[in-house]
Design a protein. Structure first.
Length: 70
């Protein structure tokens, strides 16, 4: 998996050594985008593609703000 800014795992699962497969889960960026898209879908009538673009724009803005230390 290519790690990008915001590419850290939102809910990483660690291999416990009990035979359970390791699953990296979703990225923090994807997790934020999912919630932004849910909110967007509730308020607007637009194409799914536009909602997705908006959701990742929100996620990127949130991660940028977090990384700025403000």
């Amino acid at each position: 998996m290519t790690v990008i800014r915001g590419g850290e795992m939102a809910f990483p699962l660690h291999n416990t050594g009990h035979g359970a497969p390791y699953d990296e889960g979703m990225t923090l960026r994807d997790y934020i985008a999912v919630h932004a898209m849910q909110a967007s879908l509730m308020r607007q009538h637009d194409t799914v593609g536009r909602h997705a673009e908006y959701a990742y724009m929100v996620a990127d803005a949130m991660l940028k703000h977090r990384d700025s230390g403000e």
